[in-house]
Design a protein around this ligand. Structure first.
Ligand code: FIX
Ligand code: ZN
Length: 413
């Protein structure tokens, strides 16, 4: 049994650093998906977080920047954010963490040298390397049947890498039904403008078809701050009459990622989204009204985090996950992890990477492991003060639950 705080710190850090992680939400793909998988230093540097930070200093016209090649954009970002200013933001620091963990000479600041390292690797080789360095054993992708680049891959190739799991992403269905209606009809689903009985049944058939085709572990959607159910809207109708029944039938969670304000600055593209406070009563309503359904929820506003944790205390069919997007900064990850451990004990999923570029698995998890280990150590130390003792095996158990098993148990797998 562990009784000293020094030993406690050492063991918690060791186990958090070596636990094999299930990353429950990413935007990366197995090599089967070809160009959809983004990797390498130029993709890392042109990550939309860094594009937004580049424009903090640049007066270049947005369209001029986006008309440049990825290589040229990367060089501008490198020069502006790393050479002309010290790279201390979380996303900037993340680039340095990636380079350091790959064993490259960060002090050289030589972008061409970094590029030559990547030039010598195939996608598959680099996937293997990143999974090994990051300690991630499996990731859940974001799979969008409405993406014209991704859709055909599922028809021909599919996913053949067991480390990559699928999640069915249905934002267009919920947030732009009228726009995607023709596509559903073209695929042979007998859907109409009005959400009549046949249309609702056909939307359910579409959802069922794609969950089964992709072997999706859950259905997911990002939702605006104004997301409300119940509500007299297409989105609320489709959630209650299609998503909920199919998720229950297939025993998979509905993952709601709530609070994104799309296109606040449209000229920034992916970097142009922001956030807003969302309504916790919608989550209360769904968890209460559909007790046989499972809901994974992450919210984008810092101000929503405490009430989300308290709501999870009320509903065992609610799993809180991740420090999403603008929350994935050390100061906020620490605060959210502390709130969650104090409010929920160990019954939540503390983090996901949201990696959009393969390399980011490395930095997002190096940074998060350190913060989560520190807060977790403090919480164990608090109970040791009351002469509770904890064993190494119990710490291993708790850490494996936080970083993997809580997700799989919630799925019922
Ligand atoms: O909706 C989402 O899955 C968001 O995570 C993304 O749209 C966002 O661009 C992102 O990658 C944030 O980290
Ligand atoms: Zn995401």
């Amino acid at each position: 049994m562990i009784t000293s705080k020094a030993t406690l710190k050492e063991i918690v850090e060791r186990e958090v650093n070596r636990v094999q992680i299930t990353d429950v939400h990413t935007h990366i793909y197995s090599a089967d998906f070809g160009e959809l998988l983004l990797w390498g230093i130029d993709e890392v540097l042109t990550y939309h977080y860094l594009v937004a930070e580049y424009f903090r200093y640049s007066t270049m016209a947005y369209e001029e920047f986006f008309s440049l090649s990825k290589k040229q954009q990367a060089e501008l970002i490198w020069d502006t954010l790393f050479i002309k200013h010290s790279p201390i933001s979380e996303a900037q620091r993340g680039v340095l963490t990636i380079l350091a963990q790959l064993g490259l000479d960060v002090s050289s600041r030589n972008l061409e040298e970094y590029r030559s390292f990547f030039a010598g690797l195939t996608p598959q080789e680099y996937i293997d390397k990143v999974f090994e360095i990051s300690g991630v054993k499996e990731v859940v992708m974001t799979n969008d049947p409405f993406d014209p680049l991704e859709n055909p891959i599922w028809e021909v190739v599919g996913n053949n890498d067991a480390r990559f799991k699928a999640a069915l992403r249905i934002d267009p269905l919920l947030n732009q039904y009228q726009q995607i209606l023709p596509q559903l009809q073209a695929w042979g689903y007998r859907v109409d403008k009005g959400l009549n009985k046949q249309t609702l049944e056909e939307i359910k058939r579409f959802l069922r078809d794609w969950v089964l085709k992709t072997k999706a572990l859950y259905m997911a959607c990002s939702l605006p701050p104004g997301y409300r159910v119940p509500e007299n809207s297409e989105r609320a109708m489709i959630v209650e009459h299609c998503i909920i029944p199919v998720c229950k039938e297939l025993n998979i969670p509905f993952a709601m990622m709530i609070g994104v304000k799309k296109h606040v600055n449209n000229e920034l593209g992916l970097a142009g989204d922001s956030l807003g406070n969302a309504d916790i009563e919608t989550i209360e309503y769904l968890c209460r009204t559909y007790p046989k359904n499972k809901f994974m929820v992450t919210m984008l506003s810092k101000e929503n985090q405490h009430e989300l944790a308290v709501t999870a205390r009320k509903f065992r069919n609610l799993m809180v996950f991740g420090c999403w997007w603008f929350l994935n900064n050390p100061s906020i990850v620490e605060e959210m992890t502390r709130i969650r451990l104090e409010t929920l004990g160990l019954s939540f999923i503390p983090q996901h990477s949201d990696a959009r570029v393969l390399d980011q698995l490395i930095y997002k998890w190096v940074h998060s492991r350190r913060i989560i280990a520190n807060v977790l150590t403090e919480k164990y130390a608090d109970i040791l003060d009351n002469h509770w003792t904890v064993s190494e095996e119990e710490i291993i158990r708790d850490v494996e639950n936080l970083f993997s098993n809580n997700f799989w148990c919630f799925l019922g797998k």
